[in-house]
Structure formats: C-alpha cells, structure tokens
Design a protein around this ligand. Structure first.
Ligand SMILES: NC(=O)c1ccc[n+]([C@@H]2O[C@H](COP(=O)([O-])OP(=O)(O)OC[C@H]3O[C@@H](n4cnc5c(N)ncnc54)[C@H](O)[C@@H]3O)[C@@H](O)[C@H]2O)c1
Ligand SMILES: [Zn+2]
Length: 368
C-alpha cells in the first residue's frame, strides 16, 4: 500500500531565532500579516514587525480574538486579502497558528508558524482544529499544504509558563505508542496512507528524547533557562511529535483524550495532561507488562504530568461518566480502532480504571 510522509518545508529553532525571521522568510514574498493575541503581540509583536520590515517586508500586526472559529477565520482571511499579504505568520499557541493556517487556505500565500510555547503539535501540522465561538469543538480540517516555515525561539518558549511546556511533553509522550500501534495494525494516517519507516523512527525519537532530557528540561524551564536539554525537548514536543503524529498515525491515547473532553470536569486540564492519562490507559489496554506501565507513569509523574483521573478533575467519577468517555473514545471514526485488536467501550472503561489505579498506587507509595 502507498506510504506517505509530509512535512513543513523549513524548521528553524534556537535562542533568539525570532531575530532571523525575515532572513528565513525572504523568499516567501514581500508583505506579511502577523496574527497573534493581545498577550503575544505585546510579547513579540514589535520584534517581529521590525525584523520583517528590515528584511524588506510590508508588515501589519493583526490581533487574534482567541478562538479558532469559522467566523474568526473568515475575518482574518478578509484582513489578509485586503492587505494583499504574501505571507501570514501565526504567532502564539495552537489556536492562533490554526487560525492563520485556515485563513491562508482561503487566501493563498505562505504560512509561517511562530509558536511562543512548546505545547502542541500545531506548529508543524497541516491540520486545524475548529471550534464554535464559545469554544466547543466542531471538527478537524486537514489541508493540502504544510507551513512553509516553522520558527521556534527557545528563549521565548523557556520563559513561558512551565505547565504549557509540560503539556507539550504529555502530548509528545503519546506519539510513539500511537504510531507504533497504528503501524502494527496496518492502519492509515491522516494522509489516508500507510506510514513510513522514517515517520516511525521520528515518533520513536520523540519518546527517547523525552526520556533522556525531559526531567532536566522541565527543571530548566521552571527557572527560565535554555539548556541543551530544553532544546532537545522543544524539538521533541514540536517537530518530532508533530511529524510523528501526522505521518506516523494516532491510536488509543488521543481517542481516550477526545472521550475525556466530553466531561466538563476535565476542561481545566490541558490537552497534553489529558493525553497523558490516555497514554497510560492505552498501555493498560494493550496489556503491557506492569514494570513498563509503571516506568512510563513514573516518568510522566516526575515531569509533573497527571497519572490519575483525580489530577485531571475527575476525583470520583461515577460509572456513567466513564461510560460516556469510553463510548466517545470508541466512536466509529475514532483512532482507537487503529489498535491492532478490536476495542470495545467496556475494554476502554476498564483500561482507564486500571491506569488510574496504577497511578494512585504509585503516588501512595511515593515510589516513583
Ligand atoms: N493543528 C494541530 O495539529 C493541533 C494539534 C494539537 C492541538 N491543536 C489545537 O491547539 C489548541 C491548543 O493550543 P495551546 O495549548 O498552544 O494553547 P492556546 O492556543 O489555546 O492558548 C495559548 C495561550 O497561551 C498564551 N501564550 C502564548 N505564548 C505565551 C508565552 N510565551 N507566555 C505566556 N503565555 C503565552 C496565549 O496568549 C494563549 O492565551 C487547541 O485548539 C487544539 O485543538 C492543534
Ligand atoms: Zn495531541
């Protein structure tokens, strides 16, 4: 069967690379619109503006309203069109980048991702996650094109709240387990094709990088420091996890995350925090041996990620609530069916319960 690997055209990462944006974007055009929310424009707007201008771009900064909704996408596309920009720069978190990506689909031109946090796979992907104006999930859009350029300034990322960095680790921790499950079952990726050996190794490298550098990277980011381990983990969270999920495939962990989002009580937990619970549940579902599950859960806990339902807002879930999660995780088009065996809602419910019990035992033991 056909195998497909796709990716952004360029990726630039390092301390102060925001000052090289114009240089790396030079062949993408000569006018640019920069989309970021009020906080992000305050943080980087002037630097981005001046840098692009000195590289010969006409530049406009546009404030993002905070939600990747159809209405906001259309508004941004109109601003983009009126300005006649060749390039749109999506600056900030996943929502601003997704909105820039969706807007350029209407208008054409190049997309530059400028993440200011290492929290999700959005910077490198071809996917936008669309919400209502009130923040309810609507759908995923998969576009033909990837960003032309991804530029990640690690000094900015290291100064952002550590919880967002930890969330990125949680999201990236799932990548290898999901890509591996999808590969073993012969499932297709979001490109409707089999994955490549390249994508499998990228997903695996995300995992080994986190295991080798995750703890010290979190320690450093807690102190706003950029160490080589921080560079390694930013790359794992952003590039390796981003390429790994798209070209490698998803499986149970993200489906269980999607199920968990059905319960209002989990809404305070970040994407990566819920994905972590999904990952440990996937390992239990797959019947991995105790030592391995405990090792992964112990790592998650050591970087400050949740391993119990209580830590993501579900202190004492009643059986009906877990039923809702399990049913949603097993919806017909969910990636849980990329596991190499049939999965039923009862299996998922009990895997979540089993994973939670392991997490609670480990924290009671303090033996992590
Ligand atoms: N497209 C994809 O492939 C993909 C993948 C995963 C998640 N997502 C989407 O990404 C979104 C979640 O993204 P997110 O977790 O990055 O957050 P977000 O975009 O929801 O919000 C980011 C928040 O962090 C703030 N912020 C940004 N940089 C900061 C900094 N340096 N310091 C302090 N605060 C800063 C922003 O002002 C904003 O309030 C969801 O909509 C999710 O569906 C998309
Ligand atoms: Zn994710």
């Amino acid at each position: 069967m056909t195998q497909v690997f796709r990716s952004p055209a360029g990726y630039v990462q390092g301390r102060n690379v925001i000052n090289e944006l114009g240089e790396h974007a030079a062949d993408l055009g000569d006018s640019a619109i920069v989309l970021g929310d009020e906080f992000v424009l305050d943080l980087v707007g002037d630097r981005v503006h001046d840098n692009l201008e000195s590289a010969g771009f006409d530049v406009a900064l546009e404030e993002f309203n905070g939600e990747c909704s159809e209405k906001e996408i259309e508004r941004v596309a109109t601003v983009h069109e009126e300005f006649g920009a060749d390039v749109i720069v999506g600056a900030g978190g996943g929502k601003a980048i997704d909105t820039a990506r969706a807007a350029r689909e209407h208008t054409g031109g190049a997309l530059v991702s400028l993440p200011t946090i290492a929290s999700t796979d959005a910077p490198t992907s071809s996917v936008a996650v669309i919400y209502t104006e009130d923040g309810e999930f609507v759908e995923f859009h998969v576009y033909e094109r990837h960003p032309e350029l991804v530029i990640v300034d690690t000094e900015i990322v290291a100064q952002a709240p550590t919880r967002l960095f930890r969330g990125g680790i949680g999201d990236a921790l799932a990548t290898w387990f999901e890509a591996d499950a999808a590969h073993r079952s012969g499932a297709t990726t979001i490109f409707d094709a089999r994955s490549t050996r390249t994508a499998q190794q990228i997903a695996r490298l995300a995992y080994t990088t986190l295991r080798e550098h995750g703890r010290s990277a979190v320690d450093a980011v807690e102190n706003d420091a950029v160490t080589d381990s921080v560079e390694a983990v930013v790359e794992a969270n952003t590039l390796l996890s981003g390429l790994g999920f798209e070209s490698g495939g998803l499986a149970a962990a993200h489906a269980i995350h999607n199920g968990l989002t059905q319960l209002e009580a989990t809404h305070e937990a970040t994407h990566g925090e819920k994905v972590t619970v999904g990952t440990i549940s996937q390992l239990v579902l797959e019947g991995r041996d105790d030592a391995f599950v405990e090792e992964v859960a112990g790592f998650a806990s050591s970087v400050g990620l949740p391993t119990t339902l209580g830590e993501i807002g579900l202190e004492d879930p009643d059986p009906d609530e877990l039923e809702v999660v399990a049913e949603a995780a097993c919806a017909e088009d969910e990636t849980i069916h990329n596991e190499p065996f049939p999965v039923s809602p009862a299996d998922v419910r009990d895997a979540i319960v089993g994973a939670d019990a392991i997490g609670r035992r480990l924290s009671a033991d303090g033996g992590r």
